[in-house]
Design a protein around this ligand. Structure first.
Ligand SMILES: Nc1ncnc2c1ncn2[C@@H]1O[C@H](COP(=O)(O)OP(=O)(O)OP(=O)(O)O)[C@@H](O)[C@H]1O
Ligand SMILES: [Mg+2]
Length: 487
């Protein structure tokens, strides 16, 4: 059996583009597979649904036939950003939720894997933005499950990018990752020592490429409107015209990476007719200046929170499409010079890191303790520091020692917990049987690294159970000693 070919997959489920990376294994040898389109690029996270028939198109096909399909299809872009909103739309008589649309993105990725290697991708490690809240993580899981894809674990996008570059940066102890994509900026400061990888600080903002495209489209529109002396705002243009402008604004933005001008032309821009506008780099740079500054501020804030100080950061790994904005690169170079590191194949980095994790399941360990504060303020430990938390759980029984009608648990053990009011869990107790009664406290860490506590009474039905969830559990990842794909 050892010589059977096995596959492991990692997915970067991006706002704009999604990347699937696989590893094919045979014994100790392995091969990396990038599941891109014909030009070896990740697949656009776009879904088109026919308004009459309900037929679904995804990925590059949908993107490239965008013009042609625009009349007959409903286009849904950036579905990742819609996931936690109450988004839904009736198309061809069926109500589509964001989760269902996201499932189509996953199905498209699976189809791509099947077409290339004849394998059904039914399990993968999926990268998600830092600090993605548990409810949204559940929605991502749900979308994947609808496509028949089990998410074996999540990894944060910057950490995945770190893994992808592990070979080159293994001797750097402190690394910052700047991942600016279409939907979010994700920043992370990681400490790394002998395979132990710790997120010192993470942060981000939901302002990225999509926001810049919209701003540019509006400004270009305003330029045209001024010239043509037509007082119609961008919002008042038809969705198709707005979309045409957005596509061109995005293209011009990318061109500015190495060109000093970019020309936009649209043959039939609604009431404006044929339009043509040349943009120059200085104009562009000024328009996006505030976005660039905001991103740098966000980065600085995360670095400050990490308490290591910028001088002690050995490298800044720049990933994500928006990290190619020339005004950003110029500013960052002026500040951080040689610390900046631009990996090759940056668009595959996050997916690759996720796939590496899928092949080499190391383990997560707690980097903090959690316990119950007793009446004398000592801490009764539940989870200790450096404990392995993969499938971790404990169960404790507490007696009731007074006649109070409530059992009250106060959790503590780390600074953020001790300051937080939500750490109280109270359980109503039937007082007349207090001597026999036991309060049972069960704690576990689930697959999303959420610390859960269930408090129950031995004398009460489960409807009296109380639950406490702690979503900010600090943990670190330990790479296995045998490096495999990491070596
Ligand atoms: N050369 C470039 N200059 C500026 N922006 C670029 C360039 N190339 C790509 N982009 C922008 O990068 C964004 C896509 O980046 P990426 O593929 O990293 O995002 P994503 O992973 O889909 O999004 P997220 O990580 O936010 O979910 C788009 O907004 C795109 O316009
Ligand atoms: Mg991304």
């Amino acid at each position: 059996m050892a010589n059977q070919l096995k596959y492991r997959f990692g997915i970067d489920f991006g706002t704009t583009n999604s990347a699937t990376v696989g590893y094919a294994f045979m014994g100790n040898s392995f091969e990396k597979i990038l599941y891109g389109d014909d030009e070896q690029r990740p697949v656009p996270s776009v879904v088109a649904i026919n308004k009459e028939t309900g037929e679904v198109y995804t990925g590059r096909t949908a993107w490239e036939r965008r013009q042609e399909l625009s009349q007959e299809c409903e286009f849904i872009t950036s579905v990742k950003s819609l996931l936690d909103q109450e988004w839904s739309k009736i198309i061809a008589g069926k109500k589509w939720t964001a989760v269902e649309v996201a499932a189509e993105v996953f199905k498209g990725l699976q189809q791509n894997v099947y077409d290339r290697t004849g394998i059904v991708m039914d399990e993968a490690v999926v990268a998600i933005p830092v600090g993605l809240k548990a409810p949204k993580r559940r929605l991502v899981r749900k979308a994947a499950a609808l496509a028949g894809l089990k998410i074996s674990s999540f990894v944060s996008e910057p950490t995945a990018a770190f893994f992808a570059n592990y070979r080159d940066i293994r001797n750097d102890n402190t690394v910052a990752v700047f991942d600016w994509g279409g939907g979010t900026l994700d920043v992370s400061v990681l400490q790394h020592y002998e395979g132990k990888i710790l997120e010192l600080a993470t942060g981000g903002q939901p302002e990225a490429g999509d926001v810049i495209d919209l701003k540019l489209a509006e400004k270009i529109h305003a330029k045209i409107a001024r010239k043509k002396k037509l007082n119609i705002s961008f919002e008042d243009m038809s969705p198709i015209n707005r979309d045409m402008m957005l596509v061109r604004a995005e293209r011009a933005k990318r061109a500015m990476y190495d060109d000093d001008t970019a020309t936009i032309s649209i043959n039939n821009y609604g009431e404006f007719g044929a339009v043509r506008e040349t943009l120059d780099y200085d104009w562009f740079s000024e328009i996006i200046d505030s976005n660039v500054n905001k991103a740098i501020e966000c980065f600085d804030k995360v670095v400050a929170e990490s308490n290591v100080g910028i001088k002690n950061i050995d490298r800044i790994i720049m990933v994500g499409g928006s990290s190619n904005l020339r005004p950003l690169i110029e500013k960052l170079y002026a500040r951080y010079g040689e610390k900046l590191y631009f990996p090759e194949e940056t668009m595959w980095n996050v997916g690759l890191g996720a796939a590496m994790l899928a092949t080499t399941p190391g383990a997560y360990y707690s980097n903090q303790k959690i316990g119950v504060r007793l009446s004398d303020n000592t801490l009764f430990p539940l989870l200790r520091e450096n404990e392995e938390i993969t499938k971790w759980s404990v169960k404790h029984h507490f007696g009731i020692v007074d006649t109070s009608k409530e059992a009250r648990f106060v959790f503590g053990g780390s600074a953020d917990l001790d300051d937080d009011d939500s750490k109280y869990v109270t359980l109503p107790v039937p007082a007349y049987v207090f001597l026999q009664e036991q309060i049972i406290l069960e704690a576990n860490v689930d697959e999303d690294l959420v610390f859960n506590v269930i408090a129950s009474s031995s004398m009460r039905t489960s409807e009296y159970n109380r639950i406490w969830k702690y979503e900010r559990l600090k943990c670190y990842y330990q790479l296995p000693k045998e490096g495999g794909v990491f070596d």
